[in-house]
Design a protein. Sequence first.
Lengths: 203, 204
Amino acid sequence: MIEGQRVVAGEAILSGVATIERSRSESSHDTLERLVREHSRLVYRIAYAVLRSHHDAEDSSQETFMRVLRYSSKLPEVEDPKTWLARIAWRVAVDRSKKRRWTREIPLDDPAKPVAEVASSEIPADEAVQATQLGVAVVKLIAALPTKLREPLILSTVEEISPREVAATLGINEAAVRSRVFRARQILKEKLAQQTGTRQVEP
Amino acid sequence: MTDQNHEQAHVQDSQNDELDRALDAALTKYSSVDPRAGLEERILANLRAQPTAPSHAWWKWGLAGALAVMVIVAMAVAWRSGRTTHSQLARHPTNTEQIRRPANPPEATASERLLGNTPTRATHRGGAIAVKRSAPRARAVAEADPKLDVFPSPRPLSEEELALARYVRNFPSDAKLVAQAQEASERDVLAKMQALATESTESN
């Protein structure tokens, strides 16, 4: 009788362990799927902010989640998955950007985008063209900023990320993020004012 | 004058505000892009297509490392064994002579042996030439059959031989006389045996 009870208890323990293992692996998979569903847009926007190309941003997003899959065993230990993911996305995009610079690839898909926006927008055409020109100028000016100022500014343009998360992604403190973004904005404003002034003088 | 300054400051402020607003708008647009439809599904499909259990990749790396270590050890052992073979050949040059020895005149006389006149590799010019001539062939034989390196193994002199050599070195004239006497007695014995042999053949 006692032997029978022991056997039943042993089977129960084994089935319990098996269930826990299964649920663990399932939960890891579920967590990964939930991360994709919740944060794929954030990852994409971070990648786009760095790479300025839709094609590269999508490739970068895929690579980011592949890395997450590779480290999926660490997922339960991650306290803030959003920041963790943002950091991985940032690193992947920056790596890809460096590689692209090394191979001298030039994105081709984006120059057509402003034209499409102008055509589809409801605001007057001249204002839309002006905004587009300003946007192009800002992109060039941001690219010319020093890395120290450019990185926090780029990340802060992603609306899903707070300054605290920008700081955590870059590994600096929040005050530094705020001051660098402020300085970057000042520089951009000065340059834009110069450009606007020269444009006004030119005719 | 102050009105003009105020006006200028007002214009500058308004320009600054305008620039701020424009910059804000441009920065907001900087990364407010939406991916192509179905990005999540594409990412999930890609993830599902990947092989599972990536955490066990270390096992493959471990195996590869162990194989690499084994290859390195095998190469090192092969290299060392090659070196020892060559050093053995260099350390035992008598092997070539030993191979050559059956072709040499088989016996030296007893007196020559006692007096140390036995032709050696070092002193006998003819032997040395023979060794030199046969060196490539002997090396070829040695390389073809590595067992020749150890067979026949060089043997040190026995105690009796050493005592005899010492005697010859110390008393060369006595030794010569003894050797001559021994040779003469051997010759006599040989002559007697030959005579007996001829007698027995004649009687038959």
